[in-house]
Ligand binder design. Structure first.
Ligand SMILES: *Cc1c(COP(=O)(O)O)cnc(C)c1O
Length: 373
């Protein structure tokens, strides 16, 4: 096998910058806004694709001590990062066979049904250790958590199960807190409070990123923000209170002039109506740059909008720079696809999706750079 020298910076086509100072500032902003006791952080899916190994220590340094992941295997990756403080909770719950993993490693399960509560309660009795667990009440998501019937059954018939372990807290998940006028959020909150009155006391958590900004009454004792930490706008109807975290720069591979009537890209989905200058940029759907941005995305170059033309292909996009004023671009120049002027939410809306999907799709072909500014 031939071993090639490490690829140098010159050979990289795209660079993803993740601003750790902005993540820290966003956590601070949330803790200032949050009136409850514990501001946790949701770092599932590798901190929404940004790299939990880099992000978790930054949040820990800001005082965050409660981290939520989706899956038990994600929890294991955080163990080395949390020495000296910090707990991990697993949103997907504890599935049969995984109980020992949780109890031996001090991982907190989010118990999502009566059967899980029963298994956890029995396990804690066997180990003679009231290990903590969250209990998830489903107030509208119909995804995970106890149904209204389960809550009644638990309180009326199986309440002894609730005393076998430490209740880290009760939680529920708002389904539409990003929509500021959607009355469902208040209805969910009221239901959560109504059920809580029948349960033994424990800390309560209602808020994701958006709910923190909706009503201070929703704050309760702990919260679980995710996307706002990475710069997603928790209040889409208003200016973003969070700092932008992610910048994506990519190289121009080629610039070409095409005559009117010539098409660009697969499927010939875009046709020039005039003589045009097209720049080919080194980011494609293999980098998580969604194909639904075809003929829909935009770049901003020095304040000027530059539309994507033609389909996004595996390794490249094509943009129309005919009207771009100023010094002409050339191959090898870096342009920005994602920054504070073209945010994750902007790109998401052009792609017909949400910022969460843009972030968690970001691929691993980019050179990743963690900055501190
Ligand atoms: C993902 C998730 C969150 C975080 O939501 P954001 O909208 O990213 O703040 C909070 N709670 C639960 C149960 C989740 O699944």
């Amino acid at each position: 096998m031939t071993v090639f020298p490490a690829v140098g910076r010159a050979a990289e086509c795209a660079e993803l910058q993740i601003n750790m100072k902005a993540v820290a500032d966003n956590y601070k902003t949330l803790t200032k806004r949050f009136t409850g006791r514990t501001c946790g952080a949701v770092v599932k899916a590798d901190a929404y694709g940004l790299g939990a190994d880099m992000i978790v220590p930054v949040l820990k340094k800001q005082g965050c001590r409660l981290f939520f992941v989706a899956q038990a295997n994600e929890a294991a990756e955080l163990f080395p990062l949390l020495r000296g403080g910090g707990r991990i909770a697993v949103l997907n719950g504890v599935l049969p066979g995984d109980e020992e993993f949780f109890i031996e490693n001090d991982v907190i399960p989010v118990l999502n049904d009566l059967e899980q509560i029963e298994r956890w309660s029995n396990l804690c009795r066997e180990h003679e250790r009231p290990a903590p667990a969250f209990i998830h009440l489903d107030t509208g998501m119909s995804r995970l958590g106890l149904s209204p019937q389960d809550v009644s059954d638990l309180v009326d018939r199986h309440s002894s199960l609730l005393y076998g372990f430490e209740k880290a807290g009760y939680m529920t998940h708002p389904v539409a807190a990003d929509e500021h006028e959607n009355p469902i959020t208040k209805r969910q909150f009221d239901l959560f409070m109504k059920w809580y009155r029948r349960l033994p006391p424990a800390p309560r958590g209602f808020c994701n990123s958006s709910a923190i900004f909706r009503n201070d009454d929703y704050h309760l004792e702990f919260c679980r923000p995710g996307v706002a930490l990475w710069g997603g706008n928790p209040t889409p109807e208003a200016e973003n209170p969070m700092r932008s975290v992610v910048t994506l720069n990519a190289k121009i591979l080629q610039i070409r002039e095409i005559p009117a009537e010539q098409t660009v890209g697969y499927g010939a989905s875009w046709k020039a109506t005039r003589k045009s200058r097209i720049a080919t940029i080194a980011v494609g759907y293999a980098d998580g740059w969604l194909r639904s941005l075809s003929n829909a995305g935009k770049l901003k170059i020095k304040g000027h909008e530059v539309p994507y033309v033609g389909r996004v292909s595996m390794d490249a996009i094509t943009v129309d720079i005919t009207d771009l004023p100023g010094k002409p671009l050339k191959s090898g120049d870096m342009v920005s696809l994602l920054d504070e002027n073209m945010t994750v939410d902007d790109v998401a809306s052009a792609a017909g999706t949400i910022g969460y999907e843009i972030l968690t799709s970001l691929g691993h072909r980019y050179r990743r750079v963690y900055t501190e500014s």
